[in-house]
Design a protein around this ligand. Structure first.
Ligand SMILES: Cc1cc2nc3c(=O)[nH]c(=O)nc-3n(C[C@H](O)[C@H](O)[C@H](O)COP(=O)(O)OP(=O)(O)OC[C@H]3O[C@@H](n4cnc5c(N)ncnc54)[C@H](O)[C@@H]3O)c2cc1C
Length: 411
């Protein structure tokens, strides 16, 4: 498709690909721009699997995940591929300081009409004897938990953009964004494009794109230019205040020592172990011959422009130690170490919003290590916001410019 475009989406990770797909579905002539190749391994969205779950302590996220599921099924139908595998999920805690999170999950699921079972240690052992847990452990089992085929889903969404008449341009980094109230001009390494609506979903590069050296400029025609600039600067300062911390995280696959069949996805769930300061999570064996697990929010702060992807053997050692305690049959050799970036806000809620006074430009920073499951819903919300200024998606915790001052913490 050639210009003019109705909408331009910057960044083809989970959020941007989904936004472009939803805009194309709405009949918008859509351009999706990606600085690397679709499915690349430099950002946050690559890999075999991401956890899908309704199971959140916050009812808002539980509802948002529930709203996102039918859109994943739409993507499966459109692409003819199995992408969402609902195999069941177990959230558990053995530290009494974390019991409230398991109980809040059960309450949030019930509030949203989703199925769940509260389990004691004996019931967990009966169902999943792979876990070596203490007698005081409690858990919440959700049959809707499972995993999404991550890289395949990104490719499927980008392919849908093309199939619906949109355009996907790879290896074309955006250099500048210049806007008026009628139209935005986006300049890339190869060309420049205009459209009345823009979505910025640049992941770990968000801050440098928004705050970079005059990368983003707006001129609001008909309004007092100084006043509009001041409002924009204030909005961008607020984003900067959140610091959008980028960390390098390291999930690791381990080959089982024994009873390998018991870690297959028809016998073993996705799981989250609520602990302090953050949870540990894991998957059954899927295609890679090993169970995958990781510590949530564990990695060092890095600069994505200067990424050293060498795995840290100390992380793998600590993960094996974890397995020796909680899943002893799974604690054998490392099969694969993966590096991936978290872009995290102070309160660990997402940013999914339009910029005040600039309703045609939406920003999305939906990571903090838990955004993939919502990608289809995030795409729907972004498409709604730039076209209509509102959405039915439950993003109340993510409306950055409407929420109260964030408190450090997170889900
Ligand atoms: C190790 C790990 C495990 C995770 N596990 C889970 C999980 O189990 N469940 C879950 O729900 N979530 C999980 N997440 C979080 C989830 O993967 C992220 O929330 C999601 O992938 C973020 O997608 P994104 O589109 O915001 O960012 P990204 O995937 O980084 O996409 C941003 C894209 O923008 C492109 N871009 C940047 N700047 C430019 C530019 N100037 N021009 C053009 N393109 C540009 C980048 O190249 C990139 O492709 C995990 C994340 C990690 C790292």
């Amino acid at each position: 498709m050639s210009e003019p475009f109705d909408a331009i989406v910057i960044g083809a990770g989970a959020a941007g690909s989904a936004a472009a797909w939803q805009l194309a579905r709405d009949g918008q002539r859509t351009l999706l721009l990606e600085q690397f190749k679709i499915g690349h391994t430099q950002g946050s969205s690559h890999g075999e699997s991401r956890i899908f779950r309704f199971a959140y302590p916050q009812p808002e996220y539980a509802k948002f995940a529930i709203q996102s599921k039918p859109l994943w099924l739409d993507l499966e139908r459109a692409s003819g591929q199995k992408l969402l595998h609902s195999i069941g999920g177990l959230d558990f805690a053995d530290d009494p300081d974390c019991f409230h999170e398991v109980r809040q999950i059960a309450a949030a699921l019930k509030q949203n009409g989703a199925a769940c079972e509260l389990l004691n240690a004996q019931q967990i052992r009966q169902r999943f004897p792979q876990f070596n847990i203490s007698d005081q452990t409690i858990g919440c089992y959700s049959p809707d938990g499972g995993w999404i085929a991550a890289t395949k889903a990104i490719r499927a969404m980008a392919d849908q953009v093309t199939a619906l008449g949109g355009s996907v341009r790879e290896e074309e980094p955006v250099k500048t964004i210049w806007g008026t109230n009628h139209s935005f001009r986006i300049t890339t390494s190869k060309s420049s494009y205009t459209a009345p609506r823009v979505v910025i979903a640049a992941g770990a590069w968000m801050k440098s794109l928004l705050m970079g050296d005059k990368v983003l400029g707006f001129h609001y025609e008909g309004a007092d230019v100084n006043e509009a600039d001041a409002r924009l600067c204030k909005a961008l300062d607020q984003i900067a205040d959140l610091q959008l911390k980028v960390t390098q995280e390291q999930p690791v696959y381990f080959a089982p020592i024994a009873k390998a069949d018991s870690f297959r996805e028809d016998r073993f769930p996705i799981w989250i172990h609520y602990r302090k300061p953050f949870f540990t999570y894991g998957f059954p064996m899927i295609e890679t011959p090993g169970v995958k697990l990781a510590f949530h929010h564990d990695g060092p702060v890095i600069n994505p422009a200067n990424l050293d992807r060498t795995p840290n053997p100390e992380v793998s050692r600590r993960l094996r130690e974890y397995l020796q305690t909680y899943l002893p049959d799974a604690a054998s050799e490392v099969v694969e170490e993966v590096t991936c970036l978290y872009t995290t806000t102070i309160d660990h809620n997402f940013i999914i919003d339009t910029i005040p006074s600039f309703p045609n430009i939406a920003i999305a920073s939906p990571c903090s290590g838990h955004g993939f499951k919502f990608a289809t819903g995030i795409g729907r919300a972004l498409a709604d916001l730039v076209q209509h200024g509102r959405t039915e998606m439950e993003i109340s915790l993510c409306r950055f410019f409407k929420r109260p001052s964030p408190a450090p913490g997170g889900s």
